[in-house]
Design a protein around this ligand. Structure first.
Ligand code: PLP
Length: 386
């Protein structure tokens, strides 16, 4: 289906709501039936019918259809956060005694889930450098049932060869899931490469306006129903109809936004790479990126995240760089309209905490929708402080 059809029309049955162009927010927890017969018939399938909003809601359902189509999946679920999506997809597919192979630097709370939560239920894991599929293969044990991928990750952008991972997992009967948040479905469609399930922090590009926290799981009818009937209905961490409506609105401009972010980030990354005050610049579409060939082969682009190392030994100079900036917001997260900067120096010298494993000169930029030249003027002024 054409991307324009998905973003603008799919799932929107306008004749059911006065031909309104924008769908209604069905702000109802509950749905009534015309007859006992209809009640009996519909209650047999809570995922597809409208019974109670913890299960399915018409506004959320429009969003589910669009997200599934964007990823080329049969169905999707939308949850209260990306962390919930990761947890539900993983928990639904493991049991006591199972082992998970996970890439070495996933999103921090994914790491936490594997290190501190799942071991309480007898589920073990191995973190592995996924830049070589052979490392993933070597980590597989007889009880491995799940492979967790994140390609690229959102700090240093390591990739996995998704086709090779999918084929390896299939040989061993292992379920695969990828966090595809960095690329968004505009630039990477892992299900077409053989991956079973895709998750997103929809908080980032899918919503795109820094005003909704949500998460997405896409997969086959069978996999989605399995997660729905056990984890979702018992743990109940759903998105509200109002937030779902905001994400539908955000999706209207998804293609424009991520392409703009990508193009601006590429321009800024290339400029930073040539700047005398910077060291290494990491961005998957710079020819200097260690996995550039794989990036250009399996992705059509990426988002607006760029990591740069400042050329200085002094934390005071790093602080002067940050204090000079006026056009970037200091913040975690990414994927909205606004450009952000995350200083690793902010995680240094916190009383009671060890310093992070990366240098204080490391800076993660998120390039939003502003004019890239206007942003470079700001960075240029900051770099002059080094
Ligand atoms: C790559 C990635 N995955 C998952 C998450 C978790 O998503 P959420 O914050 O929506 O729970 C984040 C959040 O920053 C993330 O960056």
């Amino acid at each position: 289906m054409h991307l324009s059809e998905i973003l603008n029309h799919l799932g929107e049955d306008r004749k059911n709501y006065f031909n309104a162009v924008s769908p209604p927010i069905i702000q109802s927890s509950n749905f009534a039936f015309d007859s006992l017969e209809s009640f009996r018939h519909q209650v047999a399938d809570e995922l597809s019918n409208h019974i109670y909003t913890r299960g399915n809601n018409p506004t959320v359902e429009i969003l589910r259809k669009k997200l599934a189509a964007l990823e080329g999946a049969e169905d999707s679920l939308v949850l209260a956060s990306g962390a919930a999506a990761t947890a539900m997809a993983l928990i639904a597919n493991v049991k006591q005694g199972d082992h998970v192979v996970c890439v070495q630097n996933p999103y921090s709370w994914t790491k936490h889930l594997l290190m501190n939560f799942l071991p309480r239920f007898g589920i073990t894991h191995t973190f592995v450098d996924g830049t070589a599929t052979a490392n993933i293969e070597a980590a597989i044990q007889p009880n491995t049932t799940f492979m967790y991928l994140e390609s690229p990750n959102t700090m240093t952008f390591e990739l996995q060869d998704l086709k090779a991972c999918a084929s390896l997992a299939r040989q061993h009967g292992i379920v695969t899931l990828i966090d595809n948040s960095n690329c968004s479905p505009i630039f990477q469609r892992p299900i077409e490469l053989g991956i079973d399930m895709v998750m997103h922090t929809g908080t980032k590009y899918l919503n795109g306006h820094s005003d909704v926290v949500n998460g997405v799981i896409c997969g086959s009818h069978h996999m989605i129903r399995k997660i729905f009937e056990t984890e979702i209905m018992t743990l109940g961490n759903i998105i509200s109809p109002h937030d779902a409506w905001l994400v539908i609105r955000g999706l209207r401009t998804l293609e424009l936004r991520v392409k703009r972010s990508f193009e601006s980030a590429l321009k800024i990354a290339a400029w930073l790479e040539g700047h005398p005050k910077t060291g290494q610049v990491l961005f998957p579409f710079l020819p200097s990126f260690p996995q550039y060939d794989l990036a250009t082969q399996q992705m059509e682009g990426c988002g607006g995240l760029v990591t740069v190392f400042l050329k200085t030994d002094s934390i005071e100079r790093v602080e002067a760089f940050f204090n000079r900036l006026k056009r970037f917001l200091f913040a975690v997260s990414w994927g909205g309209h606004e450009s952000l900067i995350m200083p690793s120096a902010a995680f240094y010298n916190i009383i009671g905490r060890a310093n992070p494993p990366y240098p204080f000169t490391m800076v993660r930029l998120y390039i939003g929708l502003e004019d890239p030249d206007w942003l470079m003027e700001d960075l240029s002024a900051g770099l002059a402080e080094l």
